[in-house]
Design a protein around this ligand. Structure first.
Ligand code: AHG
Ligand code: MN
Ligand code: MN
Length: 316
């Protein structure tokens, strides 16, 4: 089944289907650009421009943002908010749905041929003015997903009826369904965290990770392995496929006391997909989808994946 037919079957709103198709076309274009670059041609150069959140913007971040915006302009989306834009963009129509995106996730992996991706979230405007619509909490999402530009170009998507995996057939230029109703295994022995920040962790994270590392001889009585790609989309793909727990907690660094990842276009869309796949996503205290949004680029701790481990983290 291709993405068009999947949406016809599962999406209750034509406007949402149409927005998803536009995002898929944007992703195909981004994927082609990434693949067509000459090996080792620097696509990041050392550009020192900063985005709204103070992170370095690379040319491919900006190109991806422009491509998405151009496709959305031809779609029924009423507004667009992105990591690469300070405020939301009013697409000047009276339609119902707004889009959030991280146009290119995994910036540090752009130049090294490691998977990167595009994350999106679609919400209903609920008749609110745009400035209010863009700060609704994650429970208002109608669809979310992410594309991965890796060995294959893939899409994990939910329209509220489970999480599904598609892969791009490059010859047909179509996303083909690979797996429906994805279930994240409830137990796991694999964790993902940037352990270089250990000295900045709070007592919960320190206790949880130390117990994982103690393995069979510790209180957990099982050995763990560790994987950290450094692209949220790639780490999430692995967890949807075989389980695991991902942690980007708050830590003592001044900039990251609320974690590093952004709530509206990173944590919320991933949390929606995770819950639809029988996993859990928390900031350590509350479900990600229940978190109040105060501003577009707000950061949040994000811990997600196999249910039992997320619970174990919360108990630590
Ligand atoms: P982005 O490239 O959109 O800024 O996101 C990068 C994120 C995420 O993909 C990854 O999990 C995390 O940053 C890695 O952070 P560290 O470099 O601190 O490990
Ligand atoms: Mn990102
Ligand atoms: Mn990004």
């Amino acid at each position: 089944m291709d993405l068009d037919n999947y949406l016809l079957k599962n999406s209750k709103e034509d406007q949402i289907s149409s927005i998803v198709k536009s995002l898929a076309n944007a992703a195909i274009k981004i994927s082609n650009i990434i693949r067509s670059l000459k090996p080792y041609e620097s696509i990041s150069k050392s550009d020192t421009k900063l985005n709204a959140d103070g992170d370095i913007q690379k040319p491919l971040d900006i190109i991806s943002d422009e491509i998405i915006l151009n496709f959305l302009k031809k779609s029924p989306a009423a507004g667009y908010a992105s990591e690469e834009q300070e405020g939301y963009i009013d697409l000047k129509n009276n339609n119902n749905f707004i889009v959030f995106a991280d146009p290119l996730d995994g910036s540090s992996n752009i130049d090294v041929n490691v998977s990167i991706g595009t994350i999106f979230s679609i919400m209903s405007k609920n008749k609110l003015p745009l400035e209010k619509a863009f700060i609704q909490n994650g429970n208002h999402q109608k669809s979310s997903g992410f594309f991965v530009y890796g060995p294959q170009t893939t899409l994990f998507i939910t329209v509220g009826v489970g999480t599904s995996l598609f892969a791009l057939n490059e010859i047909q230029g179509k996303f083909i369904l690979i797996k429906d109703n994805i279930t994240i295994p409830e137990t796991t022995t694999e964790f993902a965290i940037n352990a270089a920040y250990r000295r900045f962790w709070d007592s919960t994270t320190l206790k949880y990770i130390t117990e994982c590392q103690n393995g069979k001889s510790g209180s957990r009585k099982k050995n763990f392995g560790m994987r950290w790609v450094g692209s949220l989309v790639a780490d999430a793909s692995r967890i949807f496929n075989r389980g695991g727990i991902f942690l980007y907690p708050s830590d003592m660094r001044e900039k990251y006391k609320n974690g590093r990842l952004r709530l509206t276009y990173e944590a919320n869309p991933i949390a929606f997909l995770v819950e639809q796949a029988n996993g859990a996503a928390t900031n350590g205290h509350k479900n990600i989808l229940d978190l109040e949004v105060n501003e577009l680029h707000q950061r949040s701790p994000l811990i997600f994946g196999s249910k039992e481990e997320v619970l174990e983290y919360k108990k630590s």
